[in-house]
Design a protein around this ligand. Sequence first.
Ligand SMILES: [Mn+2]
Length: 334
Amino acid sequence: LAQFYNPLLQKEVKKTLKLLRSKTRFLITSHIGIDGDGLASELALARALKKMGKKVQVLNDSGTPHAYQFLPDAQKIERFGQVSPAPREVTVILDAGKFERIGSLKDVVSLRRDTVINIDHHRSNKGFGTVSLIDPLISSAGELLFEFFKWAKIEIDKTTALLLYVAILTDTGRFTYDNTTARTHRNIGELLEYGIRPELVANEIYRRVTHGQVELLKHALATLTYTEDGRIAHITLLRKDFDQTGTSGLETQEFVEIPRSIDGVRVGIYFRETLEKGTVKVSMRSNGGIDLNRFARRFGGGGHRSAAGITLQTKIEEAKRKIIASLAQDISRI
Ligand SMILES: [Mn+2]
């Protein structure tokens, strides 16, 4: 085999391929609050493994958001709690920067007992797998899978290409975040050659909302607040907002873009209460100048430079006070 695209990963790609080829039964999972990259990468890898004659189960903590239910085989993804993991030889964890990110699957996956392949692109990832294939310079887990499939000469068909396209499209914010590179566009160009129609994909993911989502957006906009200097803008959704509109947090992944996009704002924040009582999720997006991954890590979270998240076990008012005060201090230094 030729040299891998990222020569630093030469050993890891070889080990990964060896495991994928030699083993038969696989469990594939990803992170809580699953997104387009997590889901589409899972489905792309599952498809590739099935074509190699393997037994594959895709099992997640989270349900599949409305926007991604059109993905081929999305209906076959199972949910932990409703379904238990089947016997397996290898567990593949995609797009998770920390082992804890697999959520309740921690109860059945053990880093000590199990063979775990971690395929990821988060800068904060320290490599928790038996094999850890991590490229912090690539846009998404899906783009890393694409380069891996090409290198390993694993067949990519039109459906796999669509899945990888969706992973890259969504994780780059439609090719607008700072993880979008010439390499990304070259890979996307190759994927488009399979006959993918970007307008149809966009219709499914970006040009379609449920009535509940619009109602929820009204609640979110009513909470929009700025810090005194106008450099932080934040929105908040409470448990009751989701209950009243029949929606879930998974349907609000783009909401943080609203405070972030306002003129003069450096960081947009979206706070929400989760189903678990006393747990608050904090999503943050910056317009540059501040490293949100570094900021989030101080609170046990992580992510990327311009997009990161934190989970706090506290009341929402306390979470807001703490995060906003701390971030305002960091921003005052830039
Ligand atoms: Mn990702």
